[in-house]
Design a protein around this ligand. Structure first.
Ligand code: FEO
Length: 171
């Protein structure tokens, strides 16, 4: 397959794995704060990121390309508050969206129609990814320092964490 597209896809695997690692670290942070619902939601989300990486891994092999894995940086381990963690998650999702869009541009410039088509799944997925994280941010902002609100949101997120991302939307 096209070398430039292959290199960019390998970079995207690393970015998805970084998201996996970052969200797993956020799950561990929530566990340490005794927010088990937040932790379950974030752990479920980290699993989705691993799936995003593996989808590209499988696609590269299907195209007879070579997967090359790179190192993962240490993730941040603590946050000032649940709101700050979710805000970081949104920034991460926005960076992933920008990276997917750049990949689509590259696939089109290189006339790699199959990869362009493959990436459309990610374009749609990112709309949902940003929306679910933003929905949690809006609720956390409304709750502020109100403890019972945080308790209820923790329960709500915990109940939705085993479902698909669409079903797990917090709104
Ligand atoms: Fe795989 Fe949340 O972007």
């Amino acid at each position: 397959m096209n070398e430039k597209v292959l290199a960019a896809l390998n970079k995207q695997i690393n970015m998805e794995m970084r998201a996996y690692y970052t969200y797993l670290s956020m799950a561990a942070y929530f566990e340490s704060e005794a927010l088990s619902g937040f932790a379950a939601w974030m752990q479920h989300h980290s699993g989705e990121e691993m799936m995003h990486a593996m989808k590209i891994y499988d696609y590269i092999h299907e195209r007879r390309g070579r997967v090359v894995l790179d190192a993962l940086p240490s993730p941040q381990n603590t946050w000032e508050s649940p709101l700050r963690a979710f805000e970081d998650a949104l920034h991460h999702e926005q960076a992933v969206t920008a990276s997917i869009n750049a990949l689509v541009d590259l696939a089109r410039a290189e006339r790699d129609h199959a990869t362009d088509h493959f990436l459309q799944w990610y374009v749609n997925e990112q709309v949902e990814e940003e929306a679910v994280v933003d929905a949690a941010i809006q609720k956390l902002k409304r709750i502020g320092d109100f403890g019972p609100g945080l308790y209820l949101l923790d329960r709500e997120l915990g109940e939705g964490s085993g479902e698909s991302e669409a079903e797990a939307e917090v709104d």
